[in-house]
Write a protein that binds this ligand. Structure first.
Ligand code: ADP
Ligand code: MG
Length: 609
């Protein structure tokens, strides 16, 4: 016989992995418990990003002695009694496994005093077993102290990331709780210093001011819209504010913080033509929806949700974001007579949107530099197809229905240099006479592809320029800490950086191709990517960043739309494009060339019917 029962404690350690991978998971469960207990003040104290100590104190209802003694056992909960109740559960917790999981992988001390009790009970728990029990004096509520996470599961302990990474995950989660529970006073300190102190507030704008820059609250626009049984409301920033990462996007469904690729794409679609590619807004979006229309049970940590009518929800969100921004821009238009001439009905990206259901509550954006048109580079952000990416603006070509991306197999072997160059259209597209019609080549996309392949091919042997006067780059302290791990990767790409202080780097050399690249901006992008993919394995993040970085350097260094090209330059571009292995799409996935078939042209001129 080879099958045996796992000892209970071992089985629990394995099960804990579903809920507890890192300190932020514990913080989530414990804050949820505190909120479920009706707390109005929650204090979180962390050491080493929560890896060595994580303590949470609440002033909720506390637990009676009998409850406290069993709360950390598996399948113990006060929140549901039958499976059928799952659907309508209004509290955060309901599986009865959070405390059990946490207690099986860390040393836990629980102190709790119930509303009806004079004294508090203090329990020490090790490997899921009470090792000490005392009666002490303590205020009403509960304190849970978690020490030495994964002390008994070394295999998991080694997957914990740096203190900065772990802390950042928790800070993001903490912000989410603050944003969705305005009536609660939240406090967070790390290694003895207070990071956030957020007394209760009455509006989301005030909360945003506590958590982000105080001046931001004056630049927010509140919104609220309803479609049948769905309501979405919240506050967002416009074109004047942008971030390099998606950490300013907070989404909640029925007050529960969620991650949902479709919804974040829907938000970014709403921002189309307002923010530059790869820039993200700050937005707090609350979706209220009938609990039968949404499933929150798809993920053990209850982070992902599935909507029954996904498209309806996404559509409502995109339109609401668009209309909120539109309303704001119209307001600005009325206010300002110095508005750019080029902003007319043709370029107004918002002209098609109008809806009775929509009501921007308030619009108080200040001094908005409108960035609604692109001089160049309106690229989607999908360098790595498998990565969760946001949709960003694309140029739409007014092409006849039969025009097709020039990527058909029949053309693959053809040499572009053989075709006569007719000229440059709008300083953006090369026009070529092709035996089957008119071939249009996007000069930027084409050059981007060429450079991308060159960079990839000469990886680790980049031709670099040593800077005679090395440039000093200043970053936020925790941004720089996040980046440190990736300096060797940058070095491999010819970008030599050296740390000279807690918030400064010095740039010693950079690759020849990257002359047009603003390295500070590239580093900000990289920090954003690290944050977006922080939870992935190091290898996967490295691969992802490598791809994105190459694409970014290629994009910045490439010829732009609007650049006048001589015949020689156009010839050289075609020759180089010919030599690339994947010449039909730029690294962002946009086509480099389109063929307008002759028969389409003839049809237009009624030569052929
Ligand atoms: P769940 O939250 O899914 O019920 P947990 O394992 O997180 O499961 O908690 C078990 C039970 O312990 C809860 O149902 C609740 O009754 C009690 N409990 C946990 N934390 C607190 C707290 N901070 N204050 C009061 N009661 C708590
Ligand atoms: Mg719970």
């Amino acid at each position: 016989m080879i099958i045996k029962y796992l000892p209970l404690q071992e089985a629990q350690k394995i099960a804990a992995g579903e809920v507890v991978e890192r300190p932020s998971n514990i913080v989530k469960e414990l804050i949820e418990n505190a909120l479920d207990a009706g707390a109005t003040k929650i204090t979180l104290t962390l050491e080493d990003g929560g890896k060595s100590n994580l303590t949470i104190t609440d002033n909720g209802c506390g637990m009676e002695v009998a409850d406290a003694r069993i709360c950390f056992l598996r399948h113990t909960t006060s929140k549901i009694t039958t499976f059928d109740e799952l659907q309508n559960v209004l509290t955060f917790g309901f599986r009865g496994e959070a405390l059990a999981s946490i207690c099986s992988v860390a040393q836990v001390t629980l102190t709790t005093r119930h509303t009806n009790s004079e004294h508090a009970l203090k329990l020490s728990i090790e490997n899921g077993v009470i090792t000490q029990e005392t009666i002490i004096g303590a205020p009403l509520g509960t304190t849970i102290e978690i020490k030495d996470l994964f002390y008994n599961v070394p295999a998991r302990k080694k997957f914990l990331k740096t203190t900065t990474t772990e802390l950042n995950q928790t800070l993001q989660l903490f912000k989410a709780f603050c944003l969705s529970n305005l009536a609660v006073h939240f406090l967070l300190s790390h290694n003895g210093s207070i990071v956030y102190s957020c007394p209760e507030v009455t509006s989301i704008d005030q909360r945003i001011a506590q958590l982000f820059e105080p001046s931001l609250s004056k630049q927010l626009c509140d919104f609220s819209a309803t479609d049948d049984s769905i309501t979405c409301s919240g506050a967002l920033t416009g074109a004047h504010y942008s971030r390099y990462d998606r950490n300013g996007i907070f989404m909640f469904v029925n007050n529960r913080w969620i991650k949902n690729y479709g919804i974040s794409q829907a938000i970014m679609k709403g921002y189309m033509n307002v923010l530059q590619p790869q820039k993200y807004p700050l937005i707090v979006l609350n979706i209220t929806i009938n609990s039968t229309e949404v499933d929150i049970n798809t993920h053990p940590k209850k982070e992902e949700v599935v909507f029954l009518h996904r498209k309806t929800v996404e559509h409502l969100i995109t339109n609401t974001v668009k209309q909120t921004l539109e309303a704001h821009i119209s307001q600005r238009l009325q206010q300002s007579s110095s508005f750019p001439q080029s902003y007319n009905s043709k370029t107004n990206p918002f002209q098609h949107f109008a809806s009775e259901q929509f009501s921007p509550k308030r619009s108080v954006f200040k001094d908005l530099p409108l960035q609604h048109t692109y001089a160049s580079s309106p690229f989607p952000d999908n360098v790595v197809p498998s990565a969760p990416v946001e949709s960003t603006p694309q140029i739409s070509f007014p092409l006849p229905e039969h025009a097709q991306p020039f990527a058909q197999e029949s053309h693959i072997e053809e040499s572009l240099s053989a075709y006569t160059i007719l000229g440059q259209l709008h300083l953006t597209y090369l026009l070529l006479e092709h035996p089957e019609g008119l071939l249009l080549i996007d000069q930027h996309a084409a050059h981007e592809r060429i450079l991308y392949e060159k960079i990839a091919a000469s990886f680790t042997q980049q031709e670099t320029i040593s800077l005679l006067f090395p440039e000093t780059i200043s970053l936020q302290k925790n941004d720089l800490e996040e980046l440190l791990e990736y300096l060797p990767l940058l070095h491999d790409h010819g970008i030599m950086l050296e740390q000279i202080s807690v918030n400064e780097l010095v740039l010693r050399s950079k690759p020849v191709y990257s002359q047009a690249v603003n390295i500070t901006e590239l580093l900000q992008h990289i920090i954003g990517w690290i944050r977006d993919y922080g939870k992935a394995e190091k290898d996967a993040i490295t691969r992802f960043i490598t791809e994105k970085m190459r694409a970014q350097i290629a994009c910045k260094a490439a010829i732009k739309a609007g650049d006048l090209l001589s015949q020689e330059k156009m010839q050289a571009l075609l020759k180089d494009l010919n030599g690339t292995t994947n010449r039909f799409a730029c690294p962002h996935g946009r086509p480099t060339s389109w063929l307008l078939p002759l028969f389409e042209i003839e049809k237009k001129f009624k030569r052929k019917l």
